[in-house]
Design a protein around this ligand. Structure first.
Ligand code: SMG
Ligand code: MG
Length: 369
C-alpha cells in the first residue's frame, strides 16, 4: 500500500461531565487523531492514551514522540510493502507503546479497508448488527448523585451499569445501587488497580450483591495476586490493565487470574491482536466485552464493530456519544433499545465532521512519506 502523508492532529473535546476514577479525574478528552492518506483513501484512528501516565505508562506527549521518532520511520522504511497486517511485526522491535502502535495500525487498516470497500465489522467477523451498550459511571461526590446518575442511564436504556470504585467508595455505592434498582440490573465494578491482596476480606463484602464481575482490583503486574483473590471472593474477576497481548490473556486464563476479559484494542496494540484475544478467550470458555477510553466517534466506530464478534457476550463500555460529548467528531452514536448500531460503510464507516474537527483541533503535524 502506498502512503502519501500521515497527519498527527491533537484535539481536545469537553466532556459533558467530569469522569473520576481511582487514579484521577478528567473533564475533557484530549487525544491524537492519526489520518493516513493514500492515493485512493483516507484512514482515521484515535490514540487511546490520556495526557498523564495514570491508567497505564502511556501518555499523549510520549505517544506523539514515539510515533514521530520511532514508529513512523519503521513503517516508512517498508515502502509499498506496508499493509495493516505487517504493522505489528514492523513495530515489534520497539518495546511497549501498544496504544501508539494501535493507532497507526488502525488508521492504516481503515485506509486499506476503504480502498477495498470492506467494513471493520465484516473484516473482523462481526456476527450482529448492533451491540448492547453498558455505561461506566465515575466516582461521584455523594451517594445521592450516584443514584440520580444511575437512574438516568437506566431510563435511557443502558443494559449494564459499571461503577468505578476505590477504597472508601465501594461496598456502600454497590449496596445502594442494588437496593434502589433491584436485583435484575446487570451491575459490575472497576477498581483500576486500587486494591491489594490484603483487601481480599473487604472485597468479599461485595459478594452478596451478585455483581457480574470486579474489574482489575489489583496491580496490573499482579497476575498471581488475582489468581489468589479469585479463590477468596465469589465475584468473578475481570482483567483490563493486566492484559496487554494475546499471550497475557492465555497466561492469565491458565493461571486462574480471571474468568472474564475486558478487551481494549488500543491497550493490546490494535484490532488484530484484540481479535486474537477474543479467539483465545472463546476457546477457553471465557467471555469478553469491549472496554472504552472515552473515545470520540472515530475510535468508538471501530470498537463497536469489534464488539460484534461472537464471544463479546457482555455489554461493553461502548456508550452513546451523548454520554461523553455534547458534540462528537462524527454523527453521534445513539442508543436504540439500549444498543449501538455497528457502522456498515467501508472501514470504520463514519464520516468526520470537518467544521467540528477544526473547532476542537489544537495542533496539526503532517509527515510526508
Ligand atoms: O469509554 O466509557 C468509556 C470509559 C470506560 O471506565 C472506562 N474506562 O479502566 O475501563 C477503564 C476506564 C479507563 C479510562 S479512564 C479515562
Ligand atoms: Mg477498566
Amino acid at each position: 500500500m502506498k502512503i502519501q502523508t500521515i497527519e498527527l492532529r491533537r484535539v481536545a473535546l469537553p466532556l459533558v461531565s467530569p469522569f473520576r476514577t481511582s487514579f484521577g479525574s478528567v473533564s475533557e478528552r484530549e487525544t491524537i487523531l492519526v489520518r493516513v492518506a493514500t492515493p485512493d483513501a483516507e484512514g482515521w484512528a484515535e490514540h487511546a492514551a490520556e495526557p498523564g501516565p495514570l491508567y497505564s505508562s502511556e501518555f499523549l506527549d510520549g505517544g506523539e514522540l514515539v510515533i514521530r521518532d520511532h514508529l513512523l520511520p519503521r513503517l516508512e522504511a517498508m515502502g509499498e510493502d506496508l499493509t495493516a497486517e505487517r504493522v505489528a511485526t514492523a513495530l515489534a522491535p520497539v518495546k511497549g507503546h501498544a496504544m501508539s502502535k494501535a493507532v497507526l495500525e488502525t488508521a492504516i487498516l481503515d485506509a486499506q479497508l476503504k480502498e477495498t470497500g470492506v467494513s471493520f465489522g465484516q473484516h473482523l467477523g462481526a456476527v450482529r448488527e448492533s451491540v448492547p451498550a453498558g455505561v461506566s459511571v465515575g466516582i461521584l461526590d455523594s451517594l445521592d448523585e450516584l443514584v440520580n446518575a444511575v437512574g438516568e442511564y437506566l431510563a435511557q436504556g443502558y443494559r449494564r451499569i459499571k461503577l468505578k470504585i476505590e477504597p472508601g467508595w465501594d461496598v456502600a455505592p454497590v449496596r445502594l445501587v442494588r437496593e434502589t434498582f433491584g436485583d435484575d440490573i446487570l451491575l459490575q465494578v472497576d477498581a483500576n488497580t486500587a486494591y491489594t491482596l490484603a483487601d481480599a476480606r473487604h472485597l468479599a463484602q461485595l459478594d452478596p450483591y451478585d455483581l457480574l464481575l470486579i474489574e482489575q482490583p489489583l496491580s496490573e503486574d499482579d497476575i498471581l495476586g488475582h489468581a489468589a483473590l479469585a479463590a477468596l471472593i465469589r465475584t468473578p474477576i475481570c482483567l483490563d490493565e493486566s492484559i496487554e497481548s494475546a499471550r497475557d490473556a492465555a497466561a492469565a486464563i491458565a493461571l486462574g487470574a480471571c474468568s472474564v476479559i475486558n478487551v481494549k484494542p488500543a491497550r493490546v496494540g490494535g484490532y488484530l491482536e484484540a481479535r486474537r484475544i477474543h479467539d483465545i478467550a472463546a476457546a477457553n470458555g471465557v467471555p469478553v466485552w469491549c472496554g472504552g477510553m472515552l473515545e470520540t466517534g472515530i475510535g468508538r466506530a471501530a470498537n463497536v464493530a469489534l464488539a460484534g464478534l461472537p464471544n463479546f457476550v457482555l455489554p461493553g463500555d461502548t456508550s452513546a456519544s451523548d454520554r461523553y460529548y455534547a458534540q462528537d467528531l462524527t454523527a453521534p452514536f445513539v442508543l436504540e433499545d439500549g444498543a449501538l448500531r455497528i457502522p456498515t460503510g467501508p472501514g470504520i464507516g463514519v464520516e468526520i465532521l470537518d467544521d467540528v474537527l477544526t473547532e476542537f483541533t489544537t495542533s496539526v503535524e503532517t509527515i510526508r512519506f
